[in-house]
Each structure stands twice: as C-alpha cells, then as structure tokens.
Write a protein that binds this ligand. Structure first.
Ligand code: NDP
Length: 292
C-alpha cells in the first residue's frame, strides 16, 4: 500500500513559513508584499479560485486586491489595467485569472504583465529563464508537484520521470523543473504510442491529462511515486465526485507513494502563488529571502 502524500499538510506548512517571511519583511524592510488579482467575467469556478486566493493572501499577512471587470471588457481596457498594476509600486504580484473571455488574446495579456511581477510564471521571459536555467518565477502547480516529489523522495537526481501532458501551464514547466532536478524526463501526450509501457519505466509519474482515472495500476512500476495533477468532476452512484487522472485504488496498490485527489497537488497551487509573491516582492526590493 502506497504512502499517501499529504499536499494539504505540506501547503499548510509552506503558508506558515511564508507568513514568517512576510512578518520579517515588514519588520526589517518596511515591505508588505501585495498580490493583485484581475478577474474578467462571471465564471463561477474562477470566482471561487479568486476568493480563495484573496483569503489566503490576507491570512499570511500580505496585501490583496481584487479587480473585477465585466465580461464585455475590451482587450485594450484589460491591458490598461495590467499596465496600471505594473506601474503601482505597492503591487508585487499580478495574476489575471484564466480563462479570459474569447475576444481577448490571453497570450497578449500574459506577456503584458511585468515579468518581475508575473507570479503565475506564464510570461515568455519567465518560461525562457526556466528553460535556460536562470532564476525565474515558475508556474505554481508544477512547482507544487516538484516540492511534493522532493519532500517524499529526497534527491530526484537520476530518476526516470514520465510527465503525461504537455500543456504550457503544467506539463511543460513540470518537465523543465524535473530536468533541473537531474531526472531523465519523458513527456507523453495524446499522440504518444503505448503510453502504458512508457509509464511502466517511470520512478516518478506526473499525470496532468484531464482524463478521469486514465492511468491504471498496471501501468505503474512497483514502488514508483505518483503525483496526480488531474482535477475531474464526475458523477458516480448518483453523487458528484472529484477524481484525478489516476485510478487511485489500483495505483495505490502498486505505487510507493501517491497524491490523493482532492488533498494532493490542489492545495499546493495557491501556497506556491503566495511563495512567488513574497519572492517577487523581495527581489523587487533587492532583499535576500531564506529558502522555504
Ligand atoms: P490541458 O487540457 O491543457 O492538457 C492536457 C494534456 O494531456 C495535453 O498535453 C494532451 O495532449 C494530454 N492528453 C490528453 N489526452 C491524453 C491521452 N489520452 N493520453 C495522453 N495524453 C493525453 O490540461 P492542463 O494541463 O491544463 O490540466 C491537466 C489536468 O490538471 C486537468 O485535470 C486540470 O484540471 C488539472 N489542473 C490542476 C491544477 C491544480 O491542481 N491546481 C492546476 C492546473 C490544472 P495533446 O497536447 O497532444 O493534446
């Protein structure tokens, strides 16, 4: 039976360490890190995410601003809002909640954010820095996955890691981070042939697919570490349920360690966003932060 990787507990610990760093920045440098979140439209899931982000930002002692804009906001108005936040010295982190309405070019919006304030880590400058091994603000969910893997396995050097999924927000950055950790990385996707046998070679599996319970226990090498990024809402026995991309029961029977859904990778995302905001604030002020 696999060890359960408790992302909720790890995220709680990280938030406590962030709160200490925030208090020290206030005391020693008169600096209060601040995160501005922009939400365009009325998507109910996005509203919940944004409210959670604001709540946790305030809980660690940082400033939080929410800018709600109507669904028919023009691209020019959204870009002007981003520019205003770029120019505001009390704002150290800017996040535009995705998805934005279809008439707005999301890449243009993301690349208008000052890279020094890009706490989502999606600006091409930060993506480029990550892939060339330079200091960068790195996407939050991938950072959370690697933190959990390192906390569970220790040094990842030399491990065979298989990442299933190649999106810009999870698959590609998590693969880059694993490469930085000296893993041998394979990235699989919807065109990969014989996915099961690719996954069977992995000491570390990161599943970021968006297909409920796709990865089965007989794909998993005995003792492997399984990090399940998937969040899928399904109906089972007349009830709504959240499941991951891995079939938990069969994978848990073979894996050495596994993240549950919910309570695994999910809680790490906001904690890593707060971590990026503190890092951004410290870097903008030229203050060195301790490792967290
Ligand atoms: P995307 O839809 O952007 O990407 C999915 C990836 O999976 C694509 O690269 C796709 O391949 C690949 N894929 C799809 N079907 C298959 C298949 N049958 N076999 C192999 N590969 C396949 O999703 P995201 O990366 O945005 O998200 C992935 C999952 O992670 C989702 O469940 C999402 O909800 C969850 N998520 C969770 C977060 C959190 O915990 N906080 C944050 C972000 C995402 P191709 O490129 O060829 O199409």
């Amino acid at each position: 039976m696999a060890k359960l990787i408790d992302g909720k507990l790890y995220a709680e610990g990280l938030r406590k360490r962030i709160a200490i760093a925030v208090a020290e920045l206030k005391r020693d440098h008169n600096l209060i890190p601040g995160l501005a979140v922009v939400l365009v439209g009325e998507d109910p899931a996005s509203k919940v995410y944004v409210a959670n982000k604001a709540k946790q930002t305030v809980e660690v002692g940082m400033n939080s601003w929410e800018h709600k804009m109507p669904a028919d906001t023009s691209e020019a108005d959204l870009l002007a809002m981003v520019q205003k936040l770029n120019d505001d010295p009390s704002v150290h982190g800017i996040l535009v909640q995705m998805p934005v309405p279809k008439h707005i070019d999301s890449a243009k919006v993301l690349n208008t954010i000052d890279p020094a304030k890009d706490v989502d880590g999606f600006h091409v400058v930060n993506v480029g820095r990550l892939s060339t091994g330079q200091d960068a603000l790195v996407a939050c969910t991938p950072t959370g996955c690697v933190m959990l893997a390192k906390d569970t396995l220790g040094d990842l050097s030399g491990l065979n890691a298989v990442v299933i999924g190649r999106s810009n927000i999870v698959g590609k950055p998590v693969a880059q981070l694993l490469l930085t950790e000296n893993c041998t990385v394979t990235i699989a996707h919807s065109r990969s042939k014989d996915l099961a046998s690719i996954v069977r070679g992995a000491d570390l599996v990161i599943a970021a697919v968006g297909r409920p319970e796709m990865v089965k226990g007989d794909w998993i090498k005995l003792g492997a570490c399984v990090i399940d990024v998937g969040i899928n809402r399904i109906e089972r026995d007349g009830k709504n349920k959240l499941v991951g991309d891995c079939d938990f029961a069969s994978c848990e029977a073979v894996a050495g360690s596994i993240t549950p859904v919910p309570g695994g990778v999910g809680p790490m995302t906001i904690a890593c966003l707060l971590h990026n905001t503190v890092k951004a604030a410290a870097a903008i002020k030229g203050v060195k932060l301790p490792e967290m």
